[in-house]
Ligand binder design. Sequence first.
Ligand code: NAD
Ligand code: UGA
Length: 464
Amino acid sequence: MKVSNICCIGAGYVGGPTMTMIAAKCPHIKVNVVDINQKRIDSWNDPDVNNIPIYEPGLSDLVKKTRGENLFFTTDVNQAILDADMIFISVNTPTKTYGVGKGMAADLKYIELCARQIAEVATSDKIIVEKSTLPVRTAEALRSILDNTGNGVHFDILSNPEFLAEGTAVSDLLNPDRVLIGAENTEKGKKAQQALVDVYSNWVSQERILTTNVWSSELSKLTANAFLAQRVSSINALSELCEVTEADVNEVARAIGTDSRIGAKFLQSSVGFGGSCFQKDILNLVYIAQTYGLQEVADYWEQVIIMNDHQKRRFAKKIVKTLFNTVSGKKITLLGWAFKKDTNDTRESAAIYVADYLLNEQAEVTVYDPKVTSEQIYSDLNYLGTRSDEENRRLLKVESGPMKAVENAHATAVLTEWDEFVQYDWKDIYERMLKPAFLFDGRMLLDHEKMKQIGFDVYTIGKG
Ligand code: NAD
Ligand code: UGA
């Protein structure tokens, strides 16, 4: 079967970039990306491609080439479903905030709504592709909805989880380590799997396209994120030990990372991992293990989250302790709010929790981030519900430039590893700050010897 029309439900961080890549590499396929969020679709359609809703290096150029040719963004979900041979579901799957599994399980209500809408609208056979990250065995629930509420048409269900990382989405999509496609073990299931293999084969080599059964594919996505996050928590756990033993966590990371069995990647100690998925996916894995009665498995993975929370908190605590046990009324400048560099995404960013901790200690927090808007920063803080919007706006200031942000600060803390922070004139920053000028490096980003020579009192993660 040859696919000529694709619909993707969900024009977010995953749906937008992945469909843009498919459109760019498969000019013979028409791709409709649909969303219920009119504002988001309008931004994707903004005549100035620099205003698309997601900042990713290289993305706007690709959108410029494909939009209006074979890539379309629309809110007409039903028409796109009707026209498609293959429908990707790429909607959000956040942690449940109510009821059974609250705070742990994935909330599948958006997935279920999509399935019901597809079943209601479709009048011809469709291949349904799970692109969202889902609990293992979700395809079973999808099948039940599609088969029991549909118009008698046939649906094949594939699992094709996405492994792109934010900030490198375009290069990850262009050169993926692997593409994973899980299918039902039936003749039709295999044909559907081959149809998706054929789409990716337009630019990904055969040996990088892995085919499995649906359950392995669903579970591999949660497992991949759990392993990645576990490496960060492991090195962060060691960072605390380094701080009290005069070992240097970067040296330890290099020493172990050169062992080819361990590997060098994902061993950068930090103020804690953030992002929309690591925490959510591990909590989901913990919940799934619990529901099968596998308590030891659940406890093992939960420790990754416990260590991450500890790392964020102890960094904030260290600031308070170093500033003579009180930050009340003191200006503390946070450089960076995004959860990592090269993205404007702030979901679960460590900076949010560090700021909240410092505000509880009555600090006057000032933030500068090159890509994050002040409205986003206030919205992240308000979401925690610790204090009112009014209070957050009164206690926390957002500056549009770094030099103004550090003016008269007691301490500056680096929370995101933006390249530009390294380039700053740190002598000038030192002069603008109150003395003693405290510098907290939550990313091991700066040249600490140089900073000490300038005059800073330096504290960094992972070094005594
Ligand atoms: P997102 O919140 O950026 O986008 C999801 C979009 O789906 C939203 O725009 C929302 O309006 C839309 N939507 C929800 N219900 C809808 C419906 N019924 N009809 C039409 N549109 C609907 O989410 P995201 O970051 O793109 O993540 C999507 C999935 O991909 C999640 O399961 C996530 O875990 C997974 N994932 C994310 C990343 C990442 O880097 N963000 C990477 C890999 C996998
Ligand atoms: C992560 C995975 O890397 C992707 O493969 C996956 O598709 C995605 O989650 C997802 O499912 O959403 P992402 O969260 O975009 O991607 O970014 P990462 O580069 O993995 O970074 C996550 C967090 O870990 C960031 O806060 C980063 O600063 C932190 N990190 C990463 C470290 O502290 N140290 C490291 O060595 C690596």
